[in-house]
Design a protein around this ligand. Structure first.
Ligand SMILES: O=C(O)CCC(=O)C(=O)O
Ligand SMILES: [Fe+2]
Length: 344
């Protein structure tokens, strides 16, 4: 659901902030029982950090394996993507979200898209009803490449976003090959499962400063559905990951990617690799951006878990199209959307 006037024009956070509010509108206030946003931060138990060069060694593959099993998350450093491009993409994203309202709205998500899964543009997702509490996050979603409907301002938008998408794709493929190796599967396991037309998309998140950050959430607890997410954050922290029932902050490492396992990978690996709940909190002083590239199975794929005699299937076979529709038609609700795929 976007900014289409037929939707009753959902408010965008940047517009509220620009109008000078000092109280958060009720529509964004999380119920009291969901409002505990603090997180632990212990250096001896944080999201594992992996250098790309480690992936050429058996120890590195073992480290990747335990990161995907125990955390569903890792931070990737030494990836070789030029820091200049990372700087440019961050700047372009910030510049877009600060454009005058009419210019941002020209790229609004259209509610007449043929399906929820084909919606793209500026706005918000996961708002199935008027009662849904809104996240303190304005976003843009594009399928890659090439992007189909891009803002003409900032002028470099299309070039930078596409170039960034082109750099991330081979990195995601390499990581998936290493993950397959770590699982004892052939290197092409995920590319075969994802098929000839994988889902490749980018989600740009913008979290303006909030006058009452204790009442709202930037992005509600969720697991990512599509496949592998490669996230670039800036120096402003806010991402939290749930580990052993406890929320933990993810440190901002300059130019590192935060990589996480999505639901389709949990299904395909029959639960060996977990898609883990995460959320983003906001703060009073500064805005935050994050840029998520998302790589997973094409719409027409059937997802079937790898099984063995000792390990019977824990998930039903399901099509990617069905899974996407189920995910996109509800609110973000932890891992709730996976419930109907699980065999209990
Ligand atoms: O902003 C973040 O750090 C998290 C964003 C996220 O979880 C998402 O886009 O799915
Ligand atoms: Fe996410």
């Amino acid at each position: 659901m976007g900014l289409d006037p037929k939707d009753g024009g959902l408010p965008m956070v940047q517009d509220l902030v620009e109008s000078g509010i000092d109280e958060v509108p009720q529509r964004f206030v999380k119920p009291a029982e969901e409002r505990s946003f603090s997180a632990a931060r212990t250096e001896d138990d944080e999201v594992p950090v992996i250098h790309v060069a480690e992936l050429d060694t058996a120890e590195g593959i073992a480290k990747l394996n335990s990161a995907c099993r125990d955390w569903g998350f890792f931070q990737l450093i030494g990836h070789g993507i030029p820091p200049e491009l990372l700087k440019q993409v961050r700047k372009t994203v910030r510049d877009f979200f600060r454009l005058p309202r009419e210019q941002r709205e020209a790229y609004a998500i259209r509610s007449d898209a043929p399906s929820l899964a084909s919606q793209e543009g500026y706005g918000r997702f996961f708002v199935p009803s008027k009662e849904t509490v809104l996240d303190w996050d304005d976003l843009v979603y594009h399928f890659l490449p090439p992007i189909r409907n891009w803002p003409s301002n900032p002028p470099e938008y299309r070039k930078v976003v596409e170039e960034y998408g082109q750099e991330i794709r081979p990195l995601a493929i390499k990581l998936l090959q290493c993950m397959a190796e770590a699982l004892g599967q052939r290197a092409s396991f995920f590319s075969e499962a994802f098929g000839p037309s994988p889902h490749y998309a980018i989600r740009l998140n913008y979290y303006p400063p909030c006058p009452q950050p204790e009442l709202v959430i930037g992005i509600s607890p969720h697991s990512d559905l599509v496949g592998l997410t490669v996230l670039l954050q800036d120096e402003v922290e806010g991402l939290q990951v749930k580990k052993d029932g406890q929320w933990r902050s993810v440190r901002s490492i300059p130019d590192a990617f935060v990589v996480n396992v999505g639901d389709t990978i949990e299904i395909l690996t029959n639960g060996a690799y977990k898609s883990v709940e995460h959320r983003a909190v906001v703060n009073k002083e500064c805005s935050r951006i994050s840029i998520a590239t998302i790589y997973g199975p094409g719409r027409d794929r059937k997802l079937k878990p790898i099984t063995s005699e000792e390990m019977p299937p824990l998930y039903k076979e399901i099509s990617m199209a069905e899974l996407l529709e189920a995910f996109l038609s509800g609110e973000l609700n932890g891992k709730g959307h996976l419930q109907f795929v699980r065999i209990v």
